[in-house]
Design a protein around this ligand. Structure first.
Ligand code: RB5
Length: 163
């Protein structure tokens, strides 16, 4: 499994701990480190990683910000990518087993490094189970396809403006 990881300024203390942990588990890990190249906030960092997942450069991704929420929101805007914020090991397992999501997001201001490492261990071990979850995941993809087709035909932006 090849995993890409990145974070914003709020995630900087946690990211190296997770990189080392992934490598100690034998997971091939690439730190995209977009923040080191240019000063950008979580929307562009999350978008960059999610586009690379969609392009199948990496199998999975981890995004860390203050809460994990903004990173999940932006990653879910990319067609073909499912992301979820997990701050417990059960959710991290279900993110893969039930939801077939490729991207895990965590909040460095919400959890400590030891819990974050346990979450990552649970996530790495988990694979999509199919079965009763398959039609639900298929339906999410179908709805996503409808939204993309609609925005292409109307010229409306894929990312709508907030209220
Ligand atoms: C800081 O920019 C903070 O808003 C960010 O790290 C994240 O928590 C957003 O969801």
């Amino acid at each position: 499994m090849k995993v890409a990881i990145d974070c914003d300024d709020a995630g900087l203390p946690l990211k190296p701990i997770i990189v080392n942990h992934l490598r100690s588990l034998g997971v091939e890990t690439v730190d995209l480190d977009l923040t080191a190249q240019t000063k950008v906030d979580y929307p562009d960092i999350g978008y960059n990683l999610a586009k690379r997942i969609a392009a199948k450069e990496y199998d999975r991704g981890i995004l860390i910000c203050g809460t994990g929420l903004g990173m999940a929101m932006v990653a879910n805007k990319v067609e073909g990518v499912f992301a979820g914020t997990c701050h417990d090991t059960f959710s991290a397992e279900r993110l893969c087993k039930s939801n077939n999501a490729q991207v895990l997001t965590m909040g460095a201001r919400v959890i400590g490094p030891e819990l974050a490492k346990s979450i990552v261990s649970a996530w790495v071990k988990s694979e999509f189970e199919g079965g009763r979850s398959q039609p639900k995941v298929d339906r999410m993809r179908e709805l996503e396809g409808q939204e993309v087709a609609k925005s292409k035909s109307t010229g409306a932006p894929v990312v709508p403006k907030a209220c």
